[in-house]
Write a protein that binds this ligand. Structure first.
Ligand code: TYC
Length: 118
């Protein structure tokens, strides 16, 4: 049998299968790509960590300017907590841990938590 004939038969069979209501798949492969959910890093107020130190940690760990860091610190101070930024889960958890550990190393109860965004 000629190669071209063989190819033609395979194609015909394939097309027949695709049009056969019994064997034709009823569902389509899911092609949508979803973005990973982002997680918030939240700064929690306490009565002991110096304002200056909180601001310094925000600048160092979250690459904030003095003004940005001061605003986040003072918001947490007044309201009890403040969202610092959002990241992928891994990055949010790593940054929250590093920032919390920076306070602990100085004996401060400074706390950063994470939670998934809606
Ligand atoms: N409340 C602290 C003070 O008066 C400062 C502070 C602000 C501590 C924000 C933690 O997340 C915080 N020294």
């Amino acid at each position: 049998m000629q190669y071209d004939e063989t190819v033609e038969l395979i194609r015909a069979g394939f097309l027949e299968t695709m049009n056969d209501p019994v064997t034709k798949p009823k569902t389509r492969a899911k092609t949508k790509v979803e973005r990973p959910r982002l997680h918030k890093v939240i700064l929690i107020n306490d009565d002991y960590t110096p304002r200056e130190f909180v601001t310094m940690v925000l600048k160092a760990e979250f690459r904030m300017t003095e003004d940005q860091a001061y605003k986040v610190m003072i918001t947490a101070h007044k309201l009890g907590a403040c969202v610092v930024a959002v990241f992928t889960k891994d990055v949010a958890e790593t940054k929250a841990t590093r920032a919390t550990d920076a306070g602990r190393a100085k004996g401060y109860p400074l706390l950063f938590t994470t939670e998934p965004e809606e």
